[in-house]
Design a protein around this ligand. Structure first.
Ligand SMILES: *Cc1c(COP(=O)(O)O)cnc(C)c1O
Length: 351
């Protein structure tokens, strides 16, 4: 693989002030698609892309991305968490968006070279990681609306701390009763750029009212829970852990799947099913809504302490992180950091 090193390495940020997605490492991976085939991946210095104003992704959002994390263990080993699942999902997203799929083996090997090159950028403090952002964009200079003939794939890396400024403090979510993120038949299942553009207004409305995120309901009846901003959602109702089933408009989160596998293995009752706001309000009124949390690569597990729906505040678990939420957070971050054995085969050493 061709590697062009930077002549101008950056100063690494203080790992206590990382935040999320603010700093980028010295190099990135790029791979272009032209004339029906992917070219060889290359490592180049992190730098702006040159593109024409007519480049089609800028107009029609034919673009997809992924989010994964790399870690450095105490012994200095580099590891990645469930990275194969990210590439499988990215190829699924590519199909939905009429983009070319890629050979995950080639891309994974190239990513590993990039991670080895950037290993000094991997932060080691608890709660930190090197965030991996694979992206693919339509890259043809044409305004006609059809699938592009040229694409650019790239991977950038960002040392990150906690996703939310307030760390593991429970978040406040506002149920969005009017706007929708996506509908069945739409692109909700794909990790594509447009889904995020569509969700911004709900998120901003929630932020303006003092909430961290909006909770999306289904597009047809505005009744069933789908997910929050960039996370899947779980509720503990009585002794059942429930998460919305993947009906087509919900992003199939890898962290969501990790939670389900851990809960099953440790004997919890976990269901993937449709869950209505009526059921949640009812459970709350009966004192059975025990816990609520979001799951996603960025935040891992994020406790929810307040849900507001139809003007009514539901304080979950006294606004504190619950037992099952803590168990999952500890278990999953423990496997990621090798504090616990990798009993699910989720961790790969980069060598
Ligand atoms: C990425 C994403 C998630 C979380 O998926 P993970 O694989 O767990 O990171 C959830 N919802 C949406 C809309 C997403 O884009």
């Amino acid at each position: 693989m061709k590697v062009t090193l930077t002549t101008n390495p950056k100063q690494k940020p203080d790992s206590s002030k990382l935040g999320f997605g603010k700093y980028f490492t010295d190099h990135m991976l790029v791979m272009d698609y032209e004339n029906g085939a992917w070219k060889e991946p290359e490592i180049v210095p992190y730098a702006p892309f040159e593109m024409y104003p007519a480049t089609n992704v800028l107009h029609y959002a034919q673009g997809i991305f992924e989010g994964a994390k790399a870690y450095k263990t105490k012994e200095g080993k580099i590891t990645v968490f469930r990275i194969d699942d990210n590439f499988i999902r990215m190829n699924n997203s590519a199909k939905r968006m009429c983009m070319p799929t890629f050979d995950a083996k080639v891309v994974k090997a190239a990513l590993f070279e990039l991670l080895k090159l950037e290993k000094d950028w991997i932060p080691t403090e608890p709660g930190t990681a090197l965030y991996i952002r694979p992206t693919m964009i339509a890259n043809e200079e044409v305004l006609g609306v059809h699938a592009s003939h040229k694409y650019k794939f790239f991977i950038i890396l960002s040392p990150v701390g906690s996703y939310y400024a307030h760390g593991l403090q429970p978040t406040k979510i506002l149920v969005e009763e009017e706007l929708v993120r996506t509908a069945i038949g739409g692109t909700g299942e794909a990790k594509c750029m447009g889904n995020y553009a569509a969700s911004l207004m709900g998120g901003e409305n929630a932020n303006k009212k003092g909430y961290d995120q909006a909770l999306w309901l289904d597009a047809k009846e505005h009744k069933y829970v789908e997910e929050v901003g960039s996370m899947n959602i779980f509720f503990v109702i009585g002794d059942e852990v429930v998460t919305p089933q993947l009906v087509g408009s919900i992003l199939p989160g890898i962290t969501r799947n990790s939670c389900i596998q851990v809960l099953k293995k440790y004997g919890y009752k976990i269901s993937e099913r449709r869950i209505s706001m009526d059921e949640i309000v009812d459970a709350y009124n009966k004192g059975e809504l025990k816990e609520c949390f979001g799951s996603g690569t960025a935040a891992v597990i994020s406790p929810v302490g307040l849900i507001t729906y139809q003007g009514k505040d539901m304080v979950v678990n006294g606004g504190k992180m619950g037992e099952i939420t803590s168990f999952l957070y500890d278990k999953i971050t423990g496997i990621q950091s090798e504090r616990y054995p990798d009993e699910f085969g989720w961790v790969t050493e980069v060598k």
